[in-house]
Ligand binder design. Structure first.
Ligand code: MN
Length: 377
């Protein structure tokens, strides 16, 4: 079926699903016990979305770069769904424990019965494995504790005989000045000479980056858990081929958090808000910040009522300012009063709305200049 020699000529082509920071069994402390349990159920459901996507895309391996579990005990239903989703995959799953789910002899990685296709990088030093039927070398290392020294320092991939890709799964921090969670420098990424380093730890997704021959990326967490984890969340589908590496972000269906500024000045507040949040569903959490200059300050409690049921969670902040009635200064025996009298005459004589608007602006800015500079007599 293949073009002659097609397979041999393209040994260096492999597709992977890369996810990280699922934080299964998070406490969701700000929620009611029922809502928190529902959120944890939603988190477990992400495992099945990952399974479905991996099968649909026909990936050769699923890489989970740490913080799969929030830590502090893994519920039996979470172990059940973890095993059932990942165990059903027709490809291997490689996991590098992170600071929330470090490896130790009495950690869940040891106490839980894992499916046969799931491999955990348990060692404190980088190791590598090869898996039957997958033309690649997989490197990885596990956090042994909440904190970790630099694990990539001084590492270079050992020589290999064939031109198969080298892939690393690792939890660590590439931020400048990072210290406590396996800090990883660009120089170390350059020298490790991997085709792809599948990173976890930073919850905001990064673009695909490259230093020397090494490509690397953070997929970010799989679902937002608060207003510090904004936007769409999901996984990366990584393709490594002779021509390089590409990454496709695929969002998962989970709870999404957004902070949205809505200028309600001179508008119907409800209408302006509805327009601004049209992308968000009832499953999402939204912090609305109302801005703008208003004749009357918006009635936030009425607005909250009108938006009831529109979001899973709504936070409403009113940062509008009351529009100043500049014409109220007319007739006063001050510089401001004389200035406003003059502009008011022009305002009434203006032939268009646009010109009237201009005069209003001139009144606002002129008053600010006069008042900030003090009135000269
Ligand atoms: Mn994390």
């Amino acid at each position: 079926m293949c073009e002659s020699g097609g397979v041999e000529n393209h040994v260096k082509e492999i597709k992977l699903l890369h996810a990280a920071d699922l934080h299964l069994d998070s406490a969701f402390e700000s929620c009611s016990p029922e809502a928190a349990a529902q959120r944890r159920e939603g988190q477990r459901e992400l495992l099945f979305q990952i399974e479905e996507l991996a099968e649909k895309r026909g990936v050769s391996a699923v890489l989970l770069s740490g913080d799969v579990f929030e830590g502090g005990g893994v519920k039996s239903e979470t172990q059940r769904d973890f095993n059932s989703a990942l165990g059903a995959l027709s490809c291997p799953v490689l996991i590098a424990p992170g600071n929330h789910d470090p490896y130790s002899p009495n950690s869940v990685w040891e106490t839980m019965r894992l499916p046969e296709n799931v491999y955990i990088f348990k060692t404190a030093e980088l190791e590598h494995i090869e898996l039957a039927g997958v033309p690649a070398r997989f490197f990885g290392v596990g956090f042994q504790n909440t904190f970790s020294k630099p694990l990539l320092r001084g590492f270079t991939a050992p020589e290999k005989e064939s031109d198969i890709p080298d892939i690393m799964v690792i939890h660590g921090d590439t931020a400048a000045g990072a210290a406590d969670y396996n800090p990883i420098s660009r120089d170390e990424l350059l020298k490790c000479k991997m085709d792809y380093v599948a990173l976890g730890h930073i919850h905001a997704r990064s673009p695909l980056q490259r230093v020397g021959e090494t490509y690397f990326a953070y997929p970010g967490c799989t679902e937002g858990r608060g207003f510090d984890e904004l936007g769409e969340k999901g996984v990366l589908i990584i393709t490594i081929s002779d021509s390089g590496v590409s990454a496709e972000f695929v969002p998962l269906k989970g709870v999404r958090y957004e902070i949205i500024n809505v200028n309600v000045g001179g508008k119907d507040a409800l209408e302006a808000v509805r327009d601004a949040v049209s992308e968000l569903s009832e499953n999402d959490c939204c912090r609305l910040i109302l801005t703008g200059e208003c004749e009357e300050l918006p009635d936030t409690s009425a607005l909250r009522k009108q938006l009831e049921g529109r979001f899973r969670e709504l936070q409403l902040r009113d940062e509008t300012t009351k529009k100043r009635d500049v014409w109220a200064l007319r007739g006063q025996n001050t510089l401001s009063g004389v200035y406003i009298d003059k502009l008011y005459t022009m305002y009434n004589a203006a032939q268009s709305d646009a010109y009237r608007e201009k005069i209003e602006l001139a009144a606002v800015y002129g008053l600010a200049a006069i008042e900030n500079g003090g009135e000269l007599i």
